[in-house]
Design a protein around this ligand. Structure first.
Ligand code: RB5
Length: 148
C-alpha cells in the first residue's frame, strides 16, 4: 500500500500518480489534499508519513510545488527518509543506497511523464543493504539525539 499526499502545488501531479497506480494495479491511500485550493503541506506530510511509520503503508509519495517543503516536513517524522527527486538516477539510488521510504516531487518542477518514471523506479528498486545499512543506522542515531 502506497501513501499519497500533496498540497495544492502538487495536487494535479498526485492525481496523475493515482491514475498511473490504478493502471498498474498498485494499491494506495490518498491522504489529500483533495482539490487545488491552497493548503499547508506540513500537516499532509505528517499524516501521510505516519501511515508509513505506523505500518499501514509501505512507502509514501508526496508532492508540493517544489517537492522541497513537503520533504522537509516528511523528514521530521521519525523513521522517515524522504528524498526530493527530479531525476531518474536520484530516485533509483535513494532506494539502493538510502533505503528512502518517501519520494517527494515538485508538481511545478517535473513533468508528469518524468514523475511517473521516478515513481516506477522508486517503487521497483530494492535497498542494497551492506555498507549502506550502517549509514542508515547513523541517520537514526542522529534522529535519536545521539552524537556520532
Ligand atoms: C505553495 O505555494 C508552495 O510553497 C509549496 O507547494 C511548496 O513548493 C513548498 O515547498
Amino acid at each position: 500500500m502506497i501513501a499519497l499526499g500533496a498540497d495544492h502545488g502538487g495536487y494535479e501531479l498526485k492525481e496523475a500518480i493515482k491514475k498511473h497506480l490504478d493502471e498498474k494495479g498498485i494499491a494506495y491511500k490518498d491522504f489529500g489534499t483533495y482539490s487545488s485550493d491552497s493548503v499547508d503541506y506540513a500537516k499532509i506530510a505528517q499524516k501521510t508519513c505516519l501511515a508509513v511509520t505506523g505500518g499501514e503503508c509501505d512507502k509514501a509519495i508526496l508532492c508540493c510545488g517544489t517537492g522541497i517543503g513537503i520533504s522537509m516536513a516528511a523528514n521530521k517524522v521519525k523513521g522517515i527518509r524522504a528524498a526530493c527527486c527530479s531525476d531518474y538516477f536520484s530516485a533509483k539510488y535513494t532506494r539502493l543506497h538510502n533505503d528512502a521510504n518517501a519520494l517527494c516531487m515538485g508538481g511545478r518542477v517535473v513533468g508528469v511523464g518524468l514523475a511517473l518514471e521516478l515513481v516506477d523506479v522508486f517503487l521497483e528498486t530494492e535497498f542494497e543493504g551492506g555498507r549502506h545499512q550502517r549509514r542508515i543506522d547513523q541517520i537514526a542515531q542522529i534522529e535519536n539525539g545521539e552524537i556520532l
